[in-house]
Design a protein around this ligand. Structure first.
Ligand SMILES: Nc1ncnc2c1ncn2[C@@H]1O[C@H](COP(=O)(O)OP(=O)(O)OP(=O)(O)O)[C@@H](O)[C@H]1O
Length: 282
């Protein structure tokens, strides 16, 4: 569905401030997958994310979104359909709320893509229910809501555009632990029940282990590892040497292994750890 083919990207190209952010990125987001992208600050995650929906165009190489190719010289009018296909929830999306009421805010996006007011309102109601925002809040100003509720409104606004791919940039940043768990559960439900393709940009290895089915590890603009989380997280030394770390369950099992307890495969989730220990009769 989305494919990066040898994508390079430089900011401020051909100026004295030119800086290369991506180096020969090959990446795929399969339809129906839950793909994670991890990396430190400055590794290029935001740059990739903005290429996923055509906000930035590759300096060289190309991004394919279904049959639409985005290259350095692609025209804006050819890229526009990509914005509808790939919905991006940027960090702290609540900062972009602006309408008088919650309902109007969520209905704004689809109308912008030519959907009638009536249908856009219908979609807004559907998505506000989906994100679990109580109906009595729909006619309030979004600015009267709590931070967590505002974020749900912003996410409903992206979902109302019915994107084929939902891209989430650190979606739980700044939330308290309870709201964090609820938010991750929401994306899990949208993915598993509605078959929504999800791309999660995160620093959190536990979220990758718990939710993603494929992961790309980024360092200084290059992909240094990729695969299924259960495979990628086996190489604890490699991940530690790149200061990326591993899920808590994996770190714990790795310590046990160093203490002489054999694991055929290191578990990556708490449930996996419990199963592995039970199997050993621990
Ligand atoms: N507008 C810009 N102009 C010049 N260089 C930039 C610009 N935006 C990002 N960069 C540089 O590109 C590289 C990749 O940055 P990017 O923001 O994509 O990383 P990131 O992994 O998303 O970081 P973070 O986790 O902080 O969001 C960094 O070296 C950064 O300094």
């Amino acid at each position: 569905m989305i494919e990066f083919q040898a994508v390079n990207y430089s900011y401020q190209l051909k100026t004295p401030f030119e800086s290369r952010a991506l180096f020969d990125i090959d990446l795929k987001v399969a339809s129906g997958s839950y793909t994670a992208i991890i990396g430190h600050t400055g590794s290029g995650k935001s740059t990739i994310l903005q290429q996923l929906n055509g906000l930035l165009q590759p300096t060289s190489g190309r991004v394919l979104v279904d049959d639409i190719a985005i290259e350095h010289d692609s025209k804006q009018k050819d890229i526009k359909p990509v914005r509808k296909k790939v919905g991006v929830v940027f960090q702290f999306p609540e900062s972009q709320l602006f309408e008088e009421t919650v309902l109007k805010d969520v209905a704004f996006g689809p109308q912008n893509f030519g959907v009638s007011l009536e249908r856009a309102t219908e979609l807004a109601k559907e998505k506000l229910s989906l994100v679990g925002l109580p109906e009595e809040l729909w006619t309030r100003s979004p600015f009267e809501l709590s931070g967590g509720q505002m974020r749900r409104v912003a996410i409903a606004g992206i979902l109302a555009m019915e994107p084929e791919v939902l891209v989430l940039d650190e979606p739980t940043a700044g939330l308290d632990p309870k709201a964090r768990i609820e938010m991750m559960q929401l994306f899990k439900d949208i993915h598993s029940k509605a078959g929504q393709t999800v791309v999660l940009v995160t620093h959190n290895m536990d979220d990758v282990a718990d939710f993603a089915d494929f992961v790309y590890l980024l360092e200084k603009g290059r992909i240094i590892a990729s695969g299924k989380p259960i495979e990628v997280f086996q190489d604890v030394e490699f991940l530690n040497s790149h200061e990326l770390g591993v899920p808590k369950a994996t770190a714990f099992a790795h310590k046990l292994r160093q203490a002489g307890i054999a694991f055929e495969q290191l578990p990556i989730t708490r449930a996996g750890l419990v199963t592995a220990l039970k199997e050993r009769g621990a």
